[in-house]
Design a binder for this molecule. Sequence first.
Ligand SMILES: [Zn+2]
Length: 238
Amino acid sequence: MSPHGFALPVDGRGPAGWTVETPCGNKTALTAGTPLPTPTVVLDPGHGGGETGAIGPNHLREAVLNFAVSQFAKDALQANGVSVVMTRPGDDRIVLTTRSALVRKLRPAALVSVHHNSSPDGPRSSPGTETYYQYRSPPSKRLAGLIYEEVFRALSVYPIPWVGQVDAGAKYRLNSQGGDYYHMLRETAGTPSTIAELAFISDGPEADLLSRPEVQRVEGEAVARGILRFLRTQDPPL
Ligand SMILES: [Zn+2]
C-alpha cells in the first residue's frame, strides 16, 4: 500500500526500495509503504479518472457510480468481518494490467469487478443485470450466479421501464483463442472472479435511479450479500 493509499503489486525489492507496478502500468521504486495482508475479497470499481466509462443521459459517470457502489459493498462486507481491498482508492485511473497483477499477488478468495452497462438489446420487464464468469471455473460461475441473483432481486423492487440484453443473467464470453474475453477474468485465472454489469447507465430511467445514493447502497449491499453467500454457504445459484 503506497503512502497515497494505492494498493500496488510488488515485483521485488531493489536498492531504491520496493519495485512496484504503477497505476499507469509502469514500474517504479517505492521507498515508503506498508505491506498489504491478503484480503478475503478484492473489489474492482471499473474505470476511473480520465477514463469515465459509460455516461448516462443525466451525465452520471460510470466510473463514479462504480466506485460509490463498490464502497457500499466494501462497508457491508467489512461489517460482516470480511477484509476487502479496492483496486483504486478514489476516482483514479488504474490500467487493467496493474489491477490484475494486484489480484495475482494477493490471491483473494474472490474478485468482483463492478460496472454498469450500455447498449442494451431493448426493453425488459425486469432488470437487465449481467454477471460474467471465468468459463472454466465452477467457483467463478457460482460467484457470478449468486451476485446476479441478489442484485436482480434487489433492483426488481423498482417499478421503472428496464432495458437489457436478451441473454441477461450469469454468463461467459470467449475470445477468438477460446479464452475468457475480459482481461479481469482471463488474467486472474485461479482466483474466482466475476465482472458484474449491474444495470444500464445508458438508459434514462435507470441512470436517474442509479444517481440516488440509497439505490447505490441497495446495489452495493446486494453485491456484498452475493459475495457473503459465496464465501459462507454451499448455496448453488438458482
Ligand atoms: Zn464499465
